[in-house]
Ligand binder design. Structure first.
Ligand code: SF4
Ligand SMILES: [Zn+2]
Length: 310
């Protein structure tokens, strides 16, 4: 955006507390608009036949350079205030039915993101929440959701800390793509479900879901670590002769054909040393699984709410 003595030129001004596009106001000072940022009077240049694109500029000399970003903030807040609605990411956590996914990883649960349409009973603009001033404070019944509109300034660790202490959900909407041009219809599109532009800085409900899933995962992980059994893998063909599941049907099975897609498979090792060992823990190629406890393992999965894919 071009700069001159009268500050930047821009397409959105402030009229009666609302942002308004240059095409929808009277020409000149009669537009009765003010700069969204410094609140100084604006002149509208939108007469038909103008050589330059329609634009506002400050009436008087100005160093104001932030009108664009402030207008975007205003418009975003205005849309949510008027529609009282927002489609947000809703995050769930699921646990796999495969023993392997519980072993040697920090998180046992897998994130799944859905969309959730929220309808607000009330929306307030920039109401202080004790020592924190979010862009929007939205109410659903008695519950509060805070919204931050980010263009160039995103929620910093200090703000994040404040919100964690309050235990109130805070959603950040990333509008940095509009830094140079504001398009109202694109903004509406984001608020109606472009959830990749949204981030939960904090959400106690989602955090609780995560902790719940992880606690179930820890039960399974603990069971596996106490019930692992090892099976020697033979030869170039990678055969196993003592598979607890197939031993009555086949005399041998091939690891690649059966074990890698088996729910009870945990891992495959060769020559792993543990601290202090002179000999490797697994001198031969070895596979670990919980196949010998198949029924018990399945029951455990079901007891913690994991659906088993047969
Ligand atoms: S992982 Fe499955 S197929 Fe392989 S040995 Fe264990 S129970 Fe058998
Ligand atoms: Zn200004």
């Amino acid at each position: 955006m071009m700069k001159h003595d009268y500050g930047e030129i821009f397409e959105w001004g402030l009229k009666d507390g609302k942002v308004i596009h240059i095409d929808n106001v009277e020409n000149g000072l009669a537009c009765n608009c003010f700069c969204p940022d410094c609140e100084a009077p604006l002149v509208a240049f939108n007469r038909q036949g103008n050589k330059r694109v329609n634009h506002f500029q400050h009436k008087n000399k100005s160093n104001c350079t932030n009108s664009y970003e402030t207008a975007l903030h205003y418009l975003a807040k205005q849309i949510i205030l008027e529609t009282k609605s927002l489609t947000v990411p809703d995050i769930y956590f699921s646990l796999s039915s495969y023993a392997q996914s519980f072993y040697g990883v920090t998180h046992t649960s897998e994130r799944k993101i859905n969309k959730q349409i929220l309808k607000f009973d009330k929306v307030e603009v920039e109401r202080s929440e004790q020592n924190f001033r979010p862009d929007l404070k939205c109410y659903i019944n008695e519950k509060i959701l805070l919204i931050e509109i980010a263009v160039t300034h995103f929620v910093d660790p200090d703000k994040r800390e404040k919100i964690l202490n309050k235990n109130i959900p805070l959603l950040e909407i990333d509008l940095s793509e509009f830094e140079r041009a504001i398009q109202k219809d694109k903004l509406i599109e984001i608020f109606r479900g472009k959830i990749d532009k949204m981030k939960w800085v904090y959400n106690p409900k989602i955090k609780e879901r995560h902790q719940f899933a992880e606690s179930k995962g820890a039960i399974v992980k603990n069971y596996i670590s106490k019930n692992l059994d090892s099976h020697k893998i033979y030869g170039k063909d990678h055969n196993i002769y003592d598979c607890p599941i197939y031993k009555n049907i086949y005399d041998k099975i091939k690891v690649e054909d059966e074990c890698y897609r088996c729910r009870y498979f945990v891992g495959e090792y060769q020559g792993v040393y543990e601290i202090g060992d002179e000999q490797p823990k697994f001198p031969d190629t070895t596979l670990e699984c919980v196949g010998h406890k198949a029924n018990e393992f399945d029951k455990l999965l079901k007891s913690v709410g994991i659906k088993i894919k047969e």
